[in-house]
Design a protein around this ligand. Structure first.
Ligand code: F6P
Length: 549
């Protein structure tokens, strides 16, 4: 038995869960008129209604006991103070330093890193302004009008999704295009419409070893040279964001054009670093800074609010409750805001690459479920696609609904409909529709009783499906920063409770190695005996279909 499942707090939760499972949220709302108000929380401009969750006071109290038993407060302090909590790579985890607007130094290996964090922000600010003002010109003297941001994973999702979410705040000076996949369709689609005289490539790769990003940048460089640019002009049209300065300069990026990153910032936690340069270019540096300020406010809330009033802690515990005591396999994010449609994909990497693990810090296999599958899409679209399963499928899928109370260029009719769908869905998930109500609805339809009962069974909505609802006045850069930091800290708290190292990603390494071996196979540079029979035949099919004509 693991340390976690041996805890008395864990055993108490198991007992409480059994009693809660026989309760229906409908009845809790009926018996406590103050439930909704009591189970709401505000922080950093975000309002959370968590009353449509399958928890009562006993469950909540016991969940907070579990958090304390897992030393969440101590480990939280360790993270913010630069302890090497990334225990398999011997690194600190300090994405919070990137948005540290306090005067507090942050020490890494005995050195305060804040001066270099501030210097990098200044470099980003100056570069952004030089591009927007037209001071930075291309090799034929034209101002830069298009940015091609190349990266993948945390070097792509943050910049792209934050820029998309804040579209109402974009500047006119430049248009930012994002490329991630090594599928040539993407980079060629983007480049084919651009004039390289007025185009700048931002190549983002913390390791500077990621195949997709290197290949896409090589293709862009090749396109630049074929468009009339020379090797000497590269410096005007290519900049890099990386912690691997040597590899970047070896690649041909001039050192002045490299924005630094540090190994104490994980890729999926890096949008606050120079990885966010495309965000600054798209929105202006001040809006990028506001994003950081919002995250800093959430950091302050996370480190100072009592656990019972701590939004990331509460969300983490609710996730543990469903994952470990209700056998929930996934968690769905439903942003009822078109510009925030990318958030599920962002949180997918953040959560699943952090807690998609089955080995504890000590290297023992877990005897409990860990990170859930994270998925979702914008509302109301999901209602016409997968909400059927959330309402009537077997098991539960805890849901995060989120809605800005105001949107840019608001059409009141559209916005009222959006809100009514958002709230209506959470109500339907919670209260459902009983068999008796469905049976009554079928009265007078000319059905015999057996058919009436059969159809009523199909139409019954069990309800008791949990959801959180987040509201915010409008999605400003600051609010978005707080929202993303909230999810970062939720993931951190769950990783502590599950006793995982949330900050490495060994699971992606084998695929990268084998991918390169298969590439050699496809290019005829490896023995087919290097591969299993299935991979051999797949390679053979590909080679046959792409044999020189
Ligand atoms: O998926 C593995 C991973 O290392 C992610 O953690 C990271 O965000 C992405 O690949 C890109 O890595 P890099 O920024 O080093 O190119």
């Amino acid at each position: 038995m693991s340390v976690l499942t041996s805890l008395p707090e864990w055993k108490e939760l198991s007992k409480i869960a059994e009693s809660v499972k026989s309760a229906h949220m409908r009845d809790w709302f009926a018996s406590d008129g103050e439930r909704a108000e009591k189970m709401s929380l505000s922080a950093c401009g975000i309002y959370l209604d968590y009353s449509k969750n399958r928890v009562n006071e006993a469950a909540l109290s016991s969940l907070f006991d579990l958090a304390r038993a897992c030393n969440i407060e101590t480990i939280r302090t360790n993270m913010f103070e630069g302890e090497q909590i990334n225990s398999t790579e011997g690194r600190a985890v300090l994405h919070t330093a990137l948005r540290n607007f306090s005067d507090r130094p942050v020490m890494v290996d005995g050195k305060d890193v804040m001066p270099e964090v501030h210097a990098t922000l200044e470099k980003m600010k100056g570069f952004t302004e030089s591009i927007h003002s037209g001071e930075h010109k291309g090799y034929t003297g034209k101002p830069i009008k298009h940015i091609v941001a190349i990266g993948i994973g945390g070097s792509f999702l943050g910049p792209k999704i934050m820029t998309e979410a804040l579209k109402p705040h974009t500047v006119d000076a430049v248009k930012v295009h994002f490329v991630a996949n090594v599928d040539g369709c993407h980079i060629h689609d983007v480049l084919s419409g651009l004039n390289f005289e007025e185009t700048l490539v931002v190549m983002s790769s913390k390791s500077f070893t990621t195949q997709e990003t290197l290949q896409n940048t090589l293709t862009a460089k090749d396109w630049f040279l074929k468009s009339g640019g020379t090797q000497q002009d590269i410096a005007k049209h290519f900049v890099a964001v990386s912690s691997n300065v040597k590899a970047a300069t070896d690649f041909g990026i001039s050192e002045d054009n490299i924005f630094p990153m540090w190994d104490w910032v994980g890729g999926r936690y890096s949008l606050w670093s120079a990885i966010g340069l495309p965000i600054s270019l798209a929105l202006g540096f001040d809006n990028f800074k506001a994003l950081l300020e919002g995250a800093f406010e959430m950091d302050t809330h996370f480190t100072t609010a009592p656990l019972e009033e701590n939004m990331p802690v509460l969300l983490a515990l609710l996730g543990v409750w469903y994952r470990n005591f209700f056998d929930a396999q996934s968690h769905v994010l439903l942003p009822y805001y078109h510009y925030l449609r990318g958030l599920p994909a962002y949180v997918q990497q953040l959560d699943m690459e952090s807690n998609g693990k089955e080995v504890t810090q000590a290297g023992d296999s877990v005897d409990y479920p860990t990170g859930p599958i994270i998925w979702g899409s914008e509302g109301t679209n999901g209602q016409h696609s997968f909400h059927q399963l959330i309402h009537q499928g077997s098991g539960i899928i805890p849901a995060d609904f989120m809605l800005p109370l105001n949107v840019p260029n608001q059409d009141d009719t559209h916005h009222a409909m959006l809100a009514s769908n958002c709230f209506g869905q959470t109500q339907a998930l919670m209260q459902g529709k009983s068999f008796d109500a469905c049976y009554a609805d079928l009265d007078g339809k000319g059905l015999d009783d057996a058919e009436r009962k059969r159809l009523a069974a199909h139409k019954t909505m069990p309800g008791n499906k949990p959801s959180n609802t987040f509201l915010f006045d409008s999605l400003t850069p600051k609010t978005l920063g707080a929202l993303v930091a909230m999810y970062e800290h939720k993931v951190f708290v769950q990783g502590v409770i599950w006793n995982l190292n949330s900050f490495d990603q060994w699971g992606v390494e084998l695929g990268k190695v084998l991918g390169n071996q298969v590439l050699a196979g496809i290019q005829g540079e490896a023995s087919k005996d290097d591969f299993d029979a299935s991979t051999q035949q797949l390679i053979a099919k590909f080679r046959a279909a792409n044999a020189p004509k």
